[in-house]
Design a protein around this ligand. Structure first.
Ligand SMILES: NC(=O)c1ccc[n+]([C@@H]2O[C@H](COP(=O)([O-])OP(=O)(O)OC[C@H]3O[C@@H](n4cnc5c(N)ncnc54)[C@H](O)[C@@H]3O)[C@@H](O)[C@H]2O)c1
Length: 379
């Protein structure tokens, strides 16, 4: 089987970007949404993004026009998926809504079409089971913005066939992205399992040590090699996204994240981060603004609890057969922008010190912190 025609369901933040990169790679693309006005807006954004690439001389204006012409916006579902070899779904992260979208899709799509969900946190196997083709169903988790972010997590469900895994990886490569296979359909896949719990841990570190937001963020940036602080990254991602991911992951696995109440409070109070002008930090407009972090401030925070948390979750992924150290490092580099490998940071601090820290935290705050048995073997 060869993928030539791609249909994207949902033309929002992710869908329009995935449509653009697919058309750029030469695929015939249909972009589908429930109302024409959403498609008009999405096509406007794609035009704007292509014009920017033309202005920067990354593509010629003829190429820009040809890419744009390869994308057909269509509201009618059966027209939209007619002839599609691959259907990528990027509708809102609400299980019932996704299941309904797949029930409708399954009735009209070619029986050979591959279904790929861009879900960040929902179980692939459970969504696949509402269709008649769980063997041809897979997760493809692009990151925001898809035009720029290189990482795509590929997540097979329990029944996904190896042929579909290979075809999906090939498609990911063809749109100039790098696939990291999350071998098991585990809550949070790889990146969210590392990132989301760390936001909560950073809140606990603030409460328990009295360090300021800027001190913690400086330590994360300068000692752990993140491109920005963890609170900055949370504000950039949006507390709505973080809250939703937390709820979904925690509902499926209590061991993955220890929710700090502030995250839910910020969500309820609409302190969503950059997009609302206030998150952990205040933003004067919605342009991307940086917080003043420094190596001096970093000296005032010992980030061992944060490293312990992220390494413990990484170790869990390895112990449970969802990934391995090499793939986790690749995902962290491409998906979180880490300049320094996670396990290198852990070794600098000392695996024994990390285990001691986790045992200390477990004694004080509960079993959530108990070190993964894999860490003992890495001492
Ligand atoms: N925004 C992010 O940072 C991000 C990152 C990675 C993955 N995701 C995942 O991508 C998916 C989409 O997120 P988003 O941020 O693009 O959402 P969004 O709200 O920006 O866009 C979703 C679009 O889907 C449309 N829609 C609703 N029902 C539909 C249907 N039945 N058929 C076609 N279109 C339909 C909506 O009208 C809307 O335009 C979610 O699963 C989300 O978890 C989001």
């Amino acid at each position: 089987m060869e993928i030539r025609n791609v249909a994207i369901l949902g033309s929002g933040v992710m869908g329009h970007g995935i449509a653009q990169i697919s058309a750029t790679a030469g695929y015939n693309v249909v972009l589908r949404d429930i109302e024409q006005r959403f498609l008009d807006k999405a096509m406007e954004k794609i035009r704007w993004s292509l014009d920017k690439l033309v202005a920067k001389e990354k593509i010629s204006s003829e190429e820009g026009n040809a890419i744009f012409k390869r994308i057909s916006p269509i509201v009618d579902l059966s027209d939209a998926v007619k002839g599609a070899d691959l259907v990528i779904e990027a509708v809102p992260e609400i299980m019932e809504l996704k299941k309904k979208a797949y029930e409708d899709l399954d009735k009209v799509a070619d029986p050979k079409a591959i279904f790929a969900s861009n879900t960040s946190t929902l179980p692939i196997t459970e969504i696949a089971d509402v269709t008649s083709r769980p063997k041809r169903f897979i997760g493809v988790h692009f990151f925001n913005p898809p035009q720029l972010m290189k990482l795509v997590e590929v997540i097979p469900g329990e029944k996904t066939s190896s042929e579909i895994i290979e075809l999906t990886q090939k498609y990911v490569k063809s749109v100039d992205k790098q696939a990291v296979l999350c071998r098991k359909d585990v809550p949070g896949f790889i990146i969210n399992r590392l990132f989301i719990p760390m936001v909560h841990e950073a809140c606990f570190v603030k409460d328990r040590t009295g360090a300021t937001l800027e001190e913690i963020d400086s330590a994360v940036k300068f000692k752990l090699g993140f491109p920005m602080g963890i609170f900055e990254l949370a504000d950039f991602t949006g507390m709505d996204v973080i809250h939703k991911a937390t709820t979904e992951m925690h509902a499926r696995d209590r061991k993955v994240v220890s929710p700090h109440p502030i995250v839910e409070r910020m969500f309820d109070e609409k302190r969503l981060g950059q997009k609302s002008g206030q998150g952990y930090y205040k933003y004067s407009d919605d342009r991307y603004e940086r917080v003043a972090l420094s190596e001096e401030l970093a000296k005032r925070c010992n980030p061992i609890q944060l490293v312990a948390n992220i390494i413990n979750n990484a170790a869990w992924l390895v112990s449970n057969g969802a990934s391995d150290v090499v793939e986790i490092e690749k995902a962290a580099r491409l998906g979180l922008g880490l300049k320094k490998p996670l396990f290198a940071t852990a070794k600098e601090i000392g695996i024994k010190n990390i285990i001691d820290e986790l045992n200390r935290l477990a004694a004080e705050h509960g079993e959530f912190y108990r070190p993964d048995p894999l860490l003992e073997t890495m001492r």
